[in-house]
Design a protein around this ligand. Structure first.
Ligand SMILES: Nc1ncnc2c1ncn2[C@@H]1O[C@H](COP(=O)(O)OP(=O)(O)OP(=O)(O)O)[C@@H](O)[C@H]1O
Length: 987
């Protein structure tokens, strides 16, 4: 093979061209040098001959004795004979190019040649020298700031591997429109210093695939590319920072080889074929670049090597190629090939340019202009001239309008679906109503409780279809939140939330753009600043949030309406409770008066005189009220009494009239007289009438209490549901209307287990657990209680889970709602119960229990040990049952022999007459529900005012919704708010 033509001298000159942006493009040929190594020991041993002679610094010629043709010299940028050191090779063959990276120009140094020709040997020296020079340069330029990063890869068998992260496996090549081919996930390490860099390079060299061949004990079996990225910044006198960034690629190629020479087989043969193939592609690329016209297709993509090195081959880089060769005659053909390749390479022209990151002056000018324009606009008092901002606002307005339209459409669809659903329900109810006599089960199960007693009679007329449809309509109205499919409402709320998010994002984007613009412009003018504030507020006041809130308010109107309705009920409750209190007082007084009268009329009179009792049976206006009460059959008793009085002997009548006598002095003789007349008969009459009256009054009171309790439950159930919907959590799916009687026992057991577990998790007072457990044993009418209990416990459990023990911070000054305070309250409750063990249990009972609950005899605090074991195993129903029995005994439930009515079970689980300090714990927990609702409604920021009724008795709040004061420290506020209507303003 003949040598190539000499490189024209003109091509050796580099031309720096100015780019439009001001940076320079360096158009130059690849710098190609040839290094001939000394004969290796192996070659010497074989008495190999030297076949090449370096005629001068640039020329090498084949001096083989048996040449048939005249040899043509090869001319390169530099030819290094075997005596040249690596230092010289670096200085004259690579340094200039390598150090270009320090000035923002990409550079690449290749070593190319036959296997064992000295590529790795040379590249190792080049790398060391380059590192040394780079750090010297950094040292000599303290005014510049440098950031060095290193990445390293090898291409082995056409796979790319990260030499700094061997675990990564084969990496993919990606095409980046700006950067060209990049290696995905290639690690790039920031260099901390020269030693660190050297250490990393050593690691790369150690990681590289090396194998023994016949020609080289440590033959590199892969192409290695070490990339050092250098970022340098300099601050000019003007304060402008110029930043340059460039990469230095140090490429040590695997050597071309002949299988016959390397004796390769198996793995080595395969490696060799991959190496040769990729080198062939490299040669093709170089050849095409050297001969083809600019713009013609260059097959970079034929190998990973050429893809990765694309910039270095005819692109934005300065490239130096050091071709290494053996002088041995035995490798003459290989060397000729190398020199031929090198000859092509020197024809390749690159266009390197300085890579400056510094903000372009044009951009700066543009920004300055923009600042000036905006400042001028802001100075103008008429905002209408702020065309940019106006356009922005207009654009947003259009978007908002579109979104509002979308929302309206969504709302319309939702309403349509709801109407369909409701009419379907209505229809179902009517059909059901026709098939039933008496009160509708459906209605009862729906928790709809008629306040108006007359409506019961309406319902009890099944034949009247008109009335039935009225009831159905009422029930549908009542259902609202309680019976509207929660998933439908939740889905609507989610949709609206999504809309809200989108709108808020839009608004934020507008504000962000404005902020950025304004922040980037230095506004020294007060007027301009004011205008900006004005504009910002105008943007903020865009109808985004407002319009959304209106929509949301409207969409959640059913929830709010429901709350309002409940609060109206709350007012009813309040008035009912007042009446109730009043009636209760009357009863108490009547009972005591009656008992005293019957037991000893004389004593009664004297005590009445002493205590100054303000009324008696006949003249009490309260009695009149009671008698006139809708449920009181007292009138009949009274009539009976009157009737008996009328039929009395006139003498007997005197005995009745003594009470009315204004003259107290006359009483004794009259009384004596009356007694002598028919005392027994009168006593009997009086007793019967009084007993009848009291019974009736009690029945009336009980009825009132039932109404109040049921309304309260209904109210709390709604609160729970609202909270669930608010939290977008799937509600406890218990649609009682659809519960068939057959499934209720199963459902009850399931709910009870959940409740027991939740009691345990929420550290609910054990007296409450006992009361609830014993009262609600699975009767179908227990459904509402089970439902409410489960819902609020579920909420509490979630609340505690969210709160954790660090709740005080979240609760502000009120640590009462924390888990720890509940645990403390539970402990105090156990102490209280332990104290009752002796008084409530006989010694025999105690011993029996100690034995049963395995309390060791003679142990200390056996009572406390016993109580500590109660309600501790929520999964063990026997433990639950027995715990309830013991606690019931200790507390004295049903001691009076009177069955506690379920309806009387208070929502805050505290017997009003028996509040203990530890009971406040559960009060507080229960009241969290109420507070959550408050917070939720406050957050809603609607425009309506909702009144939450806060009611209570003298000893504390009576309902789960009542009471603002949550802790002992808040007692004063509790008493302040008790019994008042607290308006919650939505603004
Ligand atoms: N200029 C030189 N002076 C002295 N020894 C050299 C020179 N160049 C190479 N050698 C030696 O020759 C041997 C082969 O060199 P090297 O491994 O660098 O070859 P290579 O081209 O990288 O081979 P391969 O392609 O198989 O990896 C090594 O033992 C090395 O020390």
């Amino acid at each position: 093979m003949s040598g190539g033509p000499a490189t024209p001298l003109t091509k050796m000159h580099r031309a720096f061209l100015s780019t439009p942006g001001g940076s320079k493009t360096c158009e130059e040929n690849i710098r190609v040098t040839v290094r001939i190594r000394p004969l290796s020991r192996r070659e010497q041993a074989m008495y190999d001959l030297i076949a090449w002679e370096c005629l001068d610094r640039n020329t090498i010629i084949n001096k083989s004795p048996n040449q048939e043709k005249a040899t043509v010299p090869f001319i390169f940028d530099r030819v290094f004979d075997p005596s040249c050191s690596t230092q010289t090779v670096y200085e004259e063959g690579a340094k200039d190019v390598a150090l270009s990276a320090l000035k923002g120009i990409n550079s690449t140094v290749f070593t190319y040649g036959q296997t064992s020709s000295g590529k790795t040997y040379t590249m190792h020296g080049i790398t060391e020298n380059a590192i040394k020079d780079i750090y010297e340069y950094i040292h000599e330029n303290p005014d510049k700031e440098f950031v060095l990063k290193l990445s390293a890869l090898e291409i082995y068998n056409e796979h790319v591997y990260d030499l700094l992260n061997v675990e990564s496996g084969s990496l993919r090549l990606l095409d980046d429109p700006e950067k060209g081919t990049i290696v995905e996930k290639l690690v790039e390490q920031v260099i901390k210093g020269r030693q660190h860099l050297q250490q990393l390079i050593s690691i790369c060299e150690a990681q590289r695939q090396v194998g023994e061949t016949a020609l080289n004990d440590k033959s590199s079996r892969s192409h290695q590319i070490i990339r050092l990225t250098i970022q340098s910044s300099i601050t000019e006198d003007s304060g402008r920072i110029k930043t340059f960034i460039a990469s230095l690629n140090l490429v040590d190629l695997a050597g071309s080889e002949r299988a016959s020479q390397t004796n390769a087989s198996g793995t080595r043969l395969k490696e060799g074929s991959h190496i040769n193939r990729s080198l062939l592609t490299l040669m093709n690329v170089i050849r095409k670049l050297s001969v083809e016209k600019r713009g013609s297709h260059i097959p970079y993509r034929d190998s990973k090597l050429t893809r990765i090195l694309q910039h270095s081959l005819g692109g934005n880089a300065r490239t130096a190629m050091i071709c290494t060769a053996s002088p041995a005659l035995s490798h003459i053909e290989q060397t000729k090939n190398t020199l031929s390749f090198a000859t092509s390479a020197k024809e390749v022209t690159n266009r390197a340019q300085v890579n400056m990151v510094e903000p372009d002056t044009t951009l700066v000018k543009h920004l300055q202009k923009e600042v000036a324009r905006l400042e001028a606009e802001l100075r103008c008092p008429d905002l209408s001239t702020s065309s940019h901002l106006r356009a922005l606002i207009k654009e947003k307005d259009v978007k908002i309008e579109e979104m509002e339209k979308e929302m309206k459409e969504l709302k319309r669809q939702r309403d349509l679906a709801q109407t369909q659903l409701e009419s379907e329900r209505k229809l179902r109810k009517e059909v059901k109503g026709l098939n039933q006599d008496g009160p509708s089960d459906h209605v009862v199960r729906r928790l709809a409780f008629e306040m108006d007693p007359s409506s019961s009679s309406v319902r009890s007329t099944p034949a009247n279809s008109k009335l039935r449809s009225t009831i159905a309509r009422k029930t549908v109205l009542r259902q609202s939140v309680t019976s509207t499919d929660p998933s439908l409402v939740v889905s609507e709320i989610r949709k609206l939330d999504e809309r809200q998010r989108q709108l808020e994002e839009e608004a934020s984007r507008v504000l962000e753009i404005l902020h950025k613009e304004i922040a980037s412009h230095k506004i020294g003018d007060q007027e301009a600043a004011e205008n900006i504030v004005k504009l910002l507020s105008e943007i903020k006041n865009m109808k985004v949030v407002g319009s959304f809130q209106e929509v949301v308010t409207a969409d959640k109107a059913n929830l709010l309406e429901e709350i309002s309705r409940l609060n109206c009920q709350g007012n009813d409750i309040l008035s009912l409770e007042r009446k109730l209190e009043h009636v209760q007082e009357t009863i108490d007084k009547l009972v005591s008066a009656f008992q005293m009268t019957v037991e000893d009329p004389l004593e009664y009179r004297s005590s009445k005189k002493k205590k100054g009792l303000p009324f008696n049976l006949s003249n009490s206006p309260n009695v009149q009220n009671i008698i006139r009460g809708p449920c009181s059959p007292l009138s009949s008793s009274r009539k009976a009494m009157d009737h008996e009085t009328e039929n009395m002997d006139p003498k007997d009548r005197i005995s009745i009239s003594y009470k009315d006598s204004p003259s107290r002095s006359n009483r004794t003789p009259i009384l004596k007289q009356s007694k002598s007349i028919n005392v027994k008969k009168m006593e009997r009459m009086f007793k019967t009438a009084a007993e009848e009256n009291i019974g009736s009054i009690k029945a009336y009171v009980t009825e009132l209490k039932e109404r109040v309790a049921k309304l309260q439950y209904q109210k709390q159930l709604l609160v729970c549901q609202v909270l669930e919907l608010e939290k977008n959590q799937s509600p406890v799916e218990v649609d009682m209307a659809d519960q068939s009687p057959m499934t209720w026992p199963v459902l009850f057991e399931d709910q009870r287990k959940q409740i027991i577990m939740l009691w345990h998790l929420c550290h609910v007072p054990i007296i409450h657990r006992t009361q609830f457990y014993l009262l609600f044993q699975g009767d179908p009418s227990d459904q509402i209680y089970m439902e409410v209990e489960l819902r609020r416990l579920t909420w509490l459990e979630q609340h505690f889970a969210e709160l954790g023990n660090a709740s005080p911070a979240l609760l502000g000054d009120d640590p009462a709602g924390s888990v720890s305070s509940s645990i403390k309250a539970l402990r105090e409750e156990r102490d209280y119960l332990a104290k009752r063990v002796c008084s409530k249990l006989t010694p025999e009972e105690r011993e029996w229990l100690y034995e049963k609950w395995e309390i060791p005899p003679g142990g200390k605090q056996r009572r406390l040990q016993l109580v500590s074991k109660l309600w501790t195993d929520p999964l063990n129903m026997q433990n639950v049952q027995e715990s309830a029995e013991v606690v019931a005994k200790l507390v004295g439930f049903c001691e009076s022999g009177e069955q506690v009515r379920k309806e009387m079970f208070q929502l805050n689980f505290v017997s009003p007459n028996d509040r203990k300090p530890w009971m406040m714990g559960w009060n507080m927990i229960s009241n969290l529900l109420h507070r959550e609702l408050m917070l939720m409604t406050k957050k809603r920021k609607g425009t309506m005012t909702i009144h939450i009724s806060v009611t209570g008795t003298k000893s504390g709040p009576e309902t789960g919704l009542a009471g603002e004061g949550l802790g002992r420290n808040h007692r004063s506020s509790e008493s302040r708010t008790r019994g008042r209507i607290i308006p919650l303003k939505f603004d």
